[in-house]
Ligand binder design. Structure first.
Ligand code: FAD
Ligand code: NAD
Length: 471
């Protein structure tokens, strides 16, 4: 039986990063991963690389370029001929990027000496795992430390069963090779907004049916309100408080029954995406063999060092509490490996950035204004609109604003909320500032190059002290 110091089950951004870090620290490491890619070959990278972050961003980029060529160039005085779109080529490009990146993880494993055990891992006792490959062959392995990084999958909706063609989950929605004239999406969360944006830019009429009465509850209310205005102006029809009761495929269309404040409603779509959240993957994992009891939502309970209730078994990423984000899973992976190696083990969950890659992009870190109010924390607010930012105007992309929240007494930055161009990149400065416990004044006193989008954060910090220059 092969014996390892560390065995990781799951090769997504949590698991593969944990495996590489453990190997870097001199531990004999293997990673069990069962994913089969679109080309029928085993693939590393998990949800993120195969059907999540990377493919969705590839499609967002393609669709944004198309949309700009059709609607954005004229403002710059650029005339182009007829602009066309070949969705199959767009999807093929996306698949190429996915292949490169998943293959790249295999290369990183080789470089770092991590063994990839291709197949499904199942705990069978303390320090013992069985790996079953695609042909059903079973290989027993043992390890001193086992890290569970089995991730998540889309939450199914019983009243909208997937048929894989007309009714699909987020993975299916990355592979449409024609543009659906009418696209319905159940759930106006992160996936609904990102994938809704992709297909709306390509010409679909997109309707999002969202059960909650409020739009984007996790976001700061002011930013959510601006996002709602921008996205609806782009044509996304966002129906809040809509409770879907049935979805059926008939006559090459999907009919959806739902109820909202106006009563019972019906809508017909050419395709329907179900994007109502994700749930942890623990089935067939053998948790009972080591006496691990998932919580009521199916997550594996862990302590601050990612230790489960079973000695020598850890869990990280989407399968445990916390935001379901790739960068969060990877940081868990590094921390757990370092903890196993006897080093410090810590992830600061208070400074994990959230990004929604719509246009304009939405990004935030730290607490929202509504959270500070609810907690009774005294705060000041500084905002700055991209309308007054020279670079954003030059880019013809001056939508949105930066909102900075600082403690009213200590001036420490408590949250930064953005909607605007390249918010996904701009938020990094706010994360660094918060990690270093910066005050609004610290950001205000840092020289920001001109003309850059980052000046908007500088001005928001000045605005928190009522001394912004350009508004
Ligand atoms: P996963 O990536 O789900 O990986 C788990 C792996 O474990 C899988 O490969 C699975 O095959 C394997 N596995 C499970 N059980 C077993 C077993 N018993 N044996 C062997 N292998 C097993 N996050 C972001 O931060 N930014 C984004 O832009 C972003 N975009 C997204 C877009 C979409 C459409 C989706 C669906 C998700 C997106 N996410 C994004 C979320 C992100 O993909 C996840 O948070 C991240 O992948 C979680 O990493 P993980 O390693 O915990 O789990
Ligand atoms: P989500 O939690 O972001 O949104 C799901 C939405 O569906 C919510 O607004 C919820 O109220 C709604 N909903 C739930 N049940 C419903 C029902 N029966 N009818 C109508 N609406 C319903 O989840 P998601 O969009 O599926 O994405 C899953 C997770 O994947 C995200 O929370 C995030 O952690 C991750 N993700 C991240 C990114 C990113 O970082 N850019 C992108 C995509 C996904």
């Amino acid at each position: 039986m092969d014996r390892y110091d560390v065995l990781v089950i799951g090769g997504g951004p949590g698991g593969y990063v944990a495996a590489i870090r453990a190997a870097q620290l001199g531990l004999k490491t293997a990673c069990v991963e069962r994913w089969i890619g679109k080309d029928g070959k085993p693939a590393l990278g998990g949800t993120c690389l195969n059907v999540g972050c990377i493919p969705s961003k590839a499609l967002l980029e393609s669709s944004e370029q198309y949309h700009r060529a059709r609607h954005g160039f004229a403002a710059h005085g650029i005339t182009v001929g007829e602009v066309g779109i070949d969705p199959a080529a767009m999807v093929a490009r996306k698949d190429g990027i996915v292949r490169q990146f998943t293959g790249g993880i295999g290369g990183l494993f080789k470089k770092n000496g991590v063994t990839w055990l291709k197949g499904s891992g199942r705990l069978v006792g303390t320090g013992k795992v069985e790996v079953t490959d695609a042909d059903g062959a079973v290989q027993p392995v043992s390890a001193e430390h086992i890290i569970i990084a089995t991730g998540s999958r889309p939450t199914p909706l019983p009243m909208a069963p997937l048929d894989g063609v007309r009714i699909v989950d987020s993975a299916g929605a990355l592979d449409f090779t024609d543009v659906p004239a009418r696209l319905g999406i159940i759930g106006a969360g992160v996936i609904g907004l990102e994938l809704g944006s992709v297909w709306a830019r390509l010409g679909s009429s997109v309707t999002l049916l969202e059960a909650m009465p409020e739009f984007l509850p996790p976001a700061d209310r002011a930013i959510a309100a601006l996002a709602h205005k921008e996205l609806t102006a782009q044509g996304l029809q966002i129906r809040l408080g809509a409770r879907v009761t049935a979805a059926k495929v008939a006559d090459e269309a999907v009919s959806v029954d739902f109820e909202d404040a106006k009563g019972a409603q019906q809508a017909a779509f050419d395709r329907l995406i179900v994007a109502v959240g994700r749930q942890p993957v623990t089935d067939g994992l053998g948790l009972d063999a080591v006496d691990i009891e998932p919580d009521e939502r199916g997550f594996i309970p862990v302590d601050a060092r990612f230790r489960t209730s079973a000695a020598g078994v850890y869990a990280i990423g989407d399968v445990v509490r916390g935001p379901m984000l790739a960068h969060r899973a990877s940081e868990d992976g590094i921390a757990v490996a370092e903890g196993i190696a006897g080093q410090h083990c810590h992830v600061d969950y208070g400074t994990i950035p959230w990004i929604i890659y719509t246009w304009p992009e939405i990004a935030w870190v730290g607490r929202t204004e509504q959270a500070l109010k609810a907690e009774g924390v005294p705060y000041t607010v500084g905002t700055f609109p991209f309308q007054a930012n020279g670079r954003a105007r030059a880019m013809e992309a001056a939508q949105g604003q930066v909102k900075l929240l600082a403690h009213a007494e200590t001036d420490r930055v408590l949250g930064v909320h953005l909607i605007g161009p390249h918010a996904s990149e701009l938020i990094a400065e706010a994360v660094v500032a918060m990690e270093f416990c910066a005050s609004a004044e610290d950001i205000a006193r840092i020289v920001h190059a001109h003309p850059t989008l980052s000046e908007a954060l500088h001005e928001a910090a000045l605005a928190a002290h009522r001394r912004a220059i350009h508004i």
